[in-house]
Design a protein. Structure first.
Length: 148
């Protein structure tokens, strides 16, 4: 396992930490910039299903830890990896840092998953910023891989 390798994406979102944190744990908000369906709010010890209907894809998300307005630790994907969401209150808003680690791939497969994770989480953060700061649904996830 490539345990010492991690992917990180980050973005300053010019909103209070409470609002940004809520956007990631509450699917009523998250569905405006990331997945299209969820079986519930992220809470420690729960397994939630996220769905991207436009791609006919689902993922089981195990929630390992939730520290209010600071941290969400999850495990999800196929094969599963750890994904942590860190929230840091700053003068101009909230810095969100998403870290993905615990990859089982090696070689070219590892490079591909690192690229996919970096691009994917950057897109999520971009969409979240636009939605929370300006109320705009950019449809970035849907438009990333448009159907012909």
């Amino acid at each position: 396992m490539s345990s010492d390798i991690y992917v990180q994406a980050q973005m300053l979102i010019r909103k209070p930490v409470e609002e940004v944190f809520e956007a990631f744990i509450n699917p009523e908000v998250t569905t405006n910039f990331w997945f299209t369906k969820s079986t519930g709010k992220l809470e420690k010890g729960k397994t939630i299903t996220w769905e991207w209907e436009m791609y006919n894809v689902k993922s089981e998300v195990q929630v390992h830890e939730v520290v209010l307005n600071q941290l969400i630790k999850t495990e999800w994907g196929n094969p599963a990896v750890n994904v942590d969401y860190e929230f840091k209150k700053m003068e101009k808003g909230t810095l969100v840092v998403i870290k993905s680690y615990g990859f089982s791939q090696t070689g070219d497969d590892l490079l591909k998953i690192i690229n996919d994770n970096t691009g994917g989480f950057t897109t999520v953060l971009d969409g979240c910023k636009a939605y929370l700061e300006h109320g705009i649904k950019l449809n970035l996830i849907e438009d990333k891989f448009p159907a012909e």
